[in-house]
Design a binder for this molecule. Structure first.
Ligand code: CMP
Length: 152
């Protein structure tokens, strides 16, 4: 069996936290079989938000995106699992919640493209760029939970 053990960074955005959906959203990832290896509630600074979204800095929506993601508390987590980046994005659904399939997180909880509930890294390179904005290496827990056949 070929395994691709990966990590990804997810954010429950300000609309998700404000609507008290954080627990439900984390449950979706856990029930899928992903392991939470780092987790925190924080309010992002403008500098960190600009760094996170630097790939979009020439886009017309960049300033709105930064203003929005810094507007309230967010939850940041690192998830681990087999093929985790792709699996997470499949669970999120399309970027625009109004177009996302029912059954996906955005499909179930979002009607927009800005307030789209959750962010997730879209590639291993994005993960490497994003995770140090939120976590120090020592905040990532390497320990196994126990026997985890469903994850792999
Ligand atoms: P996210 O996964 O956080 O990554 C970049 C974000 O930019 C994306 O989710 C959307 O919230 C936002 N975004 C992408 N395209 C647009 C757009 N056309 N207008 C406004 N926001 C956008």
């Amino acid at each position: 069996m070929v395994r691709k053990l990966e990590r990804t960074l997810i954010l429950v955005k300000p609309d998700g936290v404000k609507r008290r959906l954080s627990g439900k959203i984390l449950t979706r990832f856990e029930e899928k079989g992903m392991k939470i290896v780092a987790l925190k509630l924080l309010k992002l600074t403008t500098e960190k938000a600009e760094l996170h979204y630097s790939v979009h800095k020439e886009k017309p929506f960049f300033r709105d995106l930064v203003n929005y993601i810094t507007s309230g508390p967010i939850i940041a987590a690192i998830l681990e699992g087999n093929n985790c980046i792709n699996a997470t994005r499949n669970l999120l659904g399309a970027t625009d919640g109004s177009k996302a399939q029912p059954g996906t997180i955005r499909g179930d909880y979002s009607m927009g493209i800005e307030k789209n509930i959750v962010h997730a890294s879209d590639s291993p390179e994005s993960y490497q760029h994003e995770f140090p904005i939120y976590f120090k290496k020592e905040e990532i827990i390497e320990a196994q939970y126990g026997d985890e056949p469903h994850i792999y």
